[in-house]
Design a protein around this ligand. Sequence first.
Ligand code: SAH
Length: 499
Amino acid sequence: MFLTISTTGSAARPATDLSFLLHKHPDRAQVFSTSYGDAHVFYPEASVERTTAALLLEVDPPALVRRGRKKGRGGAPDAALAQYVNDRPYAASSLLAVALRTVFASALRGECKALPERAADPLPLRVELPVVPARGGPVLVARLFEPLGWQVAAEPIPLDPQFPQWGESRYVRLVLEGELRLSDALRHIYVLLPVLDDSKHYWVSPDEVDKLLRYGEGWLPGHPEQKLITSRYLARRWSLTREAAQRLELARLADADDIEVEAIDNAVAPEEPAEAEERPAPLAVQRREAVLAELRAAGAARVLDLGCGQGQLVAALLKEPAFTEIVGLDVSVRALDIAARRLRLDRMGERRSSRLTLLQGSLAYTDNRLKGYDAAVLSEVIEHLDLPRLPALEYAVFGSARPRTVIVTTPNVEYNVRWESLPAGHARHADHRFEWNRAQFAEWAEKVAARHGYQVRYLPVGPDDPEVGPPTQLAVFTLAGESQNENQNENQKKEETVA
Ligand code: SAH
């Protein structure tokens, strides 16, 4: 199995820098023993204009591997070269991927103390693999590599050149060209060779999910063939594939820029009185006040703010001692970072900080950390999920976490015609996957309540327009059979016990 990586350069950016980036000296042929045989690294050419590094893996049958290990490293690669450069079409290419990781570990991580800026920069690269087992053929090869910025040439290799009528083998000669960072290029190859091969030579254990996410970072989330890559890389082990899909979804959402301030929400509703001093509070503030009032009325002490964003509601909850335990959860690490900073979490006194927990997690998955709370708030969150994922959120909140009270707010799309700054037919926020009218929201809420044993009532937030209703719709779900009074009594009882 054989792979070459070439780059071109000039006096200012010599191609020989490749040897620094790969951490392998251009004047020496080196041998590394891997579990599957010896991996040789050498440079067929090394000039300022053009440098090529070659990785050649000599796969030993198990007995040879053992013997080879006893012998240790060494050998005379030059003399033996001819015997390596033969056609081994049965060779599994996940072996080469493992060799790549073993031999070029630092380059894969993008580390290069000597030339850090070169490691961080794209360079013109040409990667050639003379024989790649490719299930799915040249078409799949292109679908895997092209979205990553490669120009792909995948030439099918005939089963036997002497008998063209036998057709093509499942092997291709692959040439990839592009301007990429070396570490990205190596990570693409490391992950995608076994995907093309589609049969791993070793048992795929759960830590392969970590590897996939580590080496897929920055390019696998959002790749159009993400599903196929994940499933094949994990040898179609369903439970692992599912785990990877969940973690990739988290990564994608954490990257997505869905936490920008909802500008239009912070604007003042247009139907305010004329006098400046009587301007109503921005809609976001009115919403927070409405949510707080409902939480107080429910007698909730332990509260979840699900999709807490930058923590405005969490801050308000902290100010009221009646809320003894506050959990803010969001899928976005960036939002949580901003929340922690705004709340001055690092300088918060122990008493206050002991009431607060910030968690990263996705509401699209059940989460045991969310069980046992009095109330949950989903303020302007549901519309950020793709509709097909909403049942998952429904189950996670109403089926699994199951707090006594759930408060949900979402825009009322009917009101959009009243926002002067909003072009007709536009959603209020770029990341809104849907916006419902009052009937649609009620239809969803009734079904959720019926399925999970809650009762539901609705409140307007903001000016309740006689035609189009309020800008924000709010629903309060209460676990059936647990009225407000009971909650309040319970709270009173708690207070009495404390006293
Ligand atoms: N509750 C805040 C923020 C609303 S913006 C408020 O009322 O102002 C929507 C928030 O939901 C964002 O912070 C976004 O990161 C978060 N979110 C979107 N999808 C999510 C998911 N699947 N799980 C958890 N949070 C999610």
